[in-house]
Ligand binder design. Structure first.
Ligand code: ATP
Ligand code: MG
Length: 138
């Protein structure tokens, strides 16, 4: 059965003009776009999104980065979307990412790593609801 996941093209990738190239990778990997919007997060909005990382040493830097420019927020759909997106993204640190993955191709650093993807069903439900209203997901 088709599953939905949530993804963000992060400010580093959008700033670098990589939006269309990464969307093409996602299309090639079999994802369809259910909903998509370009926006700039406020720092409190970024802090709310990454609240699970609030106690990590990189939290302030991460949320400053995530609110530093436009992002593209998306709901993506395919069979096994959550796990398959994580696979297509590659490891958090692009230095550790497999060849051919989005982070290997596009990311700059462990922080400026081009793309976010939900890491589980509960996270996906929270993250989709954080960015999109029900009527935007039909
Ligand atoms: P994401 O949640 O964005 O999809 P992830 O699940 O691969 O990435 P997490 O451990 O959830 O990785 O970390 C969230 C984000 O915080 C990372 O994508 C990265 O931007 C940033 N980050 C993670 N670890 C570090 C670190 N050691 N130093 C700086 N930034 C980091
Ligand atoms: Mg994560």
């Amino acid at each position: 059965m088709a599953q939905r996941t949530f993804s963000i093209l992060k400010p580093d990738a959008v700033r670098a003009g990589q939006t269309a190239a990464i969307l093409a990778e996602l299309q090639k990997a079999g994802f369809t776009i259910v909903a998509i919007k370009k926006m700039v997060l406020s720092k409190p909005q970024a802090q709310g999104f990454y609240a699970v990382h609030a106690k990590r040493p990189f939290f302030d830097s991460l949320t400053t980065f995530m609110s530093s420019g436009s992002i593209v927020a998306m709901v993506l759909e395919k069979e096994n979307a959550i796990a398959d997106l994580r696979k297509a993204m590659g490891a958090t640190n692009p230095a550790d990412a497999e060849p051919g993955t989005i982070r290997k191709k596009f990311a700059r650093s462990i922080e400026e790593n081009a793309i976010h993807g939900s890491d589980g069903e509960e996270t996906a439900a929270f993250e989709i609801g954080y960015f999109f209203a029900g009527h935007e997901l039909i």
